[in-house]
Write a protein that binds this ligand. Structure first.
Ligand SMILES: *Cc1c(COP(=O)(O)O)cnc(C)c1O
Length: 377
């Protein structure tokens, strides 16, 4: 029996900022000293930093991860009725962005081990209207980019990586190890939402690309399609990143790799100590997963959640409703049973604390609570 309850949060930003807050604050102070609140040196610096970190030619700061997706689709001239192949097992923004442009999300089921889009099911969904494949690197692990890029090439499609959960995640691509998320497709989309591995103090995001042409297009689209200023040949939006958010992200970036390592250490501990009847995350060969979430799967997930609640262990379901079954997409005509792997995952997964600052006693406690549940069920 576990006698003493302890409170284990799912994520503790207090602890994340403990050692770095003064560094972040001084970077914010630079912005106030300059009074350049939009664009300017902090945004340019961040773009340089992110491009270097991801190994891409360009990066462009934008207002959120969602806007990164929207501007990427706009840069590829996506029109109403165009079809975009993606996964239903993801945050809403992935498909929401597609629909916002009048395009149609075409959902392909996931691999049961990694929860990423199953590349073997993609080709069957390609039609004459398909323009883009948009894989999501869920929970901090890249989708199978080798297969996805080969399919895209064969069918002359573009690839937008939804890398919102995967900054710094890597994979072996084309025989080369350690290719970063966002550096493989035509465009990579990242979010600086505070709960991502690299979070700012509000909303923010970035787009990466190796294409000069797409980079230029994103820059124009970010500022209402204006080029030169006040002359508009295309319609863009206000997709700018605040200088303050850029300042925060740049200040935090040097600490990111250590934080990834902390998450990996915690995940490894769980992998080794959680009961074998629990499905723990599966990391593909050659993949460096950064564990934006540590997601476990069990048939009695709902009962397990009650126990986590009782023992005050933070947890959340990412994601309880696969997107093809969301009310707003009912017109697309999907039904329960169409994408069974995603549907099963939605019923059985739960994510538990994995943030880098977790203590050993918190890890031990979490393992003990979960294993006690499994053994008594
Ligand atoms: C967080 C997230 C987004 C959206 O990012 P925001 O910055 O919140 O707009 C998009 N896709 C995925 C997979 C995400 O996890």
């Amino acid at each position: 029996m576990i006698n003493t309850k302890i409170n284990v949060p799912l994520l503790d930003l207090q602890r994340q900022y403990q050692d770095i807050e003064s560094t972040v604050m001084s970077s914010i102070q630079d912005v106030f000293n300059s009074k350049i609140f939009i664009n300017g040196p902090k945004v340019t610096q961040l773009e340089t930093d992110i491009a270097a970190y991801c190994g891409t030619k360009h990066a462009i700061g934008v207002s959120s991860g969602t806007d990164a997706l929207i501007i990427s689709l706009m840069a590829l001239d996506i029109q109403p009725g165009d079809e975009i192949i993606t996964t239903p097992f993801t945050f809403f923004a992935t498909a929401g962005s597609i629909s916002r442009l009048g395009a149609v999300p075409v959902f392909v089921d996931i691999d049961p081990l990694t929860y990423n889009i199953d590349p073997n099911l993609i080709e069957a969904k390609i039609t004459s209207k398909t323009k883009v494949i948009m894989p999501v690197h869920l929970f901090g692990q890249l989708a199978d980019m080798n297969q996805i890029m080969a399919i895209a090439k064969k069918h002359n499609l573009h690839v937008i990586e939804d890398a919102a959960q995967a900054i710094g995640a890597k994979t072996t691509y084309n025989g080369k190890p350690l290719q970063a998320a966002g550096s493989i497709g035509d465009l990579g989309c990242f979010s600086f939402f505070p709960s991502k591995n690299l979070g700012c103090c509000g909303d923010g995001g970035v787009v990466t690309t190796n294409s000069d042409d797409l980079y230029e297009k994103c820059q124009v689209l970010r500022a209402h399609g204006s080029k030169p200023k006040y002359y508009h040949h295309i319609i863009g939006g206000n997709f700018r990143l605040d200088a303050i958010q850029a300042a925060v992200v740049s200040a935090k970036l040097p600490f990111l790799n250590d934080q990834h390592e902390g998450r990996i250490k915690n995940a490894t501990y769980y992998n080794q100590h959680l009961h074998q009847d629990i499905k723990t995350p599966v990391v593909s060969d050659g993949s460096y997963m950064i564990y934006n979430q540590y997601t476990i799967q069990h048939e009695k997930r709902d009962q397990l959640m009650d126990v986590l609640q009782e023992y005050t262990i933070g947890h959340a379901i990412y994601y309880p409703v696969p997107l093809h079954l969301q009310g707003c997409f009912s017109h697309l005509g999907y039904q329960e049973g169409n994408l069974p792997v995603s549907e099963k995952a939605a019923k059985e997964v739960v994510s538990i604390p994995v943030f880098p600052e977790l203590t050993q006693s918190e890890l031990d406690y979490t393992v003990a609570v979960i294993n006690q549940f499994i053994e008594s069920n």
